[in-house]
Design a protein around this ligand. Structure first.
Ligand code: SAH
Length: 244
């Protein structure tokens, strides 16, 4: 029997946000591969081998999945949120490109609810008009590129979602991010810090850019920045659908 690979998104944390499609594919799997905390979200059962691995080994992980599938395994690579958003789906295709002997592998990508959409829903509708998503980590791209994209997106008055906003290994960059936003957008634009959305640790906090401090974000936070029209209504934050 020939194997296959499914790259599946587990959503932001709440089991109720795992799609039925992802549940079905996990029920058929012989092997589950992924970063330790994501694999920990998959219930063990007989006939299923869990392969938790450390972060930053995406290409090794992808190659391992390809090897297992070639030997007949039904492999699910798990990501949090959506697997196509700063996650394993691209890493898998990169591995296939580098190892063309696996080009015929049957691969499916199963979407999940990404952090920014779960966070936006919890806050109201801050991404209700045009928006963009930026990964603030400079692990895989130069910091100058991050700054350029931030500045141009702010000038274009996009609402924005920031993934990987701040880590211990790069403590200053999020402060710089806030500085650039204040330069381009002024102090009054709303910014929402959404931490551990849909888990028991969830905390949402909305302030103005003038009030925002770097400590408000960590690696479990997705940050949503409004456009110039984003406003509060009661306890919600929303961006009108028309530009004004
Ligand atoms: N593929 C994932 C993103 C992986 S990058 C997705 O689609 O959501 C990891 C970053 O995602 C974190 O640093 C954080 O910015 C964000 N993130 C993931 N889960 C989150 C959650 N439950 N609440 C808030 N942010 C989250």
């Amino acid at each position: 029997m020939s194997g296959w690979i499914a790259v599946a998104g587990l959503g932001p944390g709440d089991d109720a946000m795992v799609t039925p499609q992802v549940r079905d594919v996990l029920a058929q799997a012989t092997d589950v591969i992924g970063y330790i905390p994501y694999v920990a979200r998959v219930a063990p059962r007989e006939g299923l081998t869990l392969h938790p691995t450390d972060n930053r080994v995406e290409l090794d992980r992808a190659l391992h999945a390809l090897q297992l599938a070639a030997s007949g395994a039904r492999v699910v690579i798990v990501s949090s949120g959506d697997p196509g958003v700063f996650a394993m789906a691209s890493a898998l295709f990169e591995a296939v490109e580098a190892h063309p002997e696996y080009i015929e592998t049957e691969i499916s990508v199963l979407p999940g609810i990404t952090a920014m959409l779960a966070a936006a829903a919890a806050a109201g509708a801050p991404l209700g008009h045009d928006f963009c998503a930026i990964n603030l980590s400079d692990n895989l791209k130069p910091w100058e590129m991050v700054e350029k994209r931030l500045r141009l997106a702010a000038q274009a008055d996009f609402a924005m979602a920031f993934y990987n906003p701040r880590s211990k290994s790069r403590p200053h960059q999020f402060g710089r991010t806030l500085e650039i936003l204040r330069e381009e957008q002024g102090p009054d634009v709303l910014i929402t810090f959404a931490r551990a959305v849909s888990t028991k640790d969830e905390v949402l906090k909305t302030v103005t850019l003038g009030e925002a401090t770097p400590e408000m974000a960590d690696m479990r936070t997705v940050v949503l920045v409004g456009n110039s029209a984003t406003r509060r209504v009661g306890r919600y934050v929303y961006t009108p659908r028309s530009a004004s």
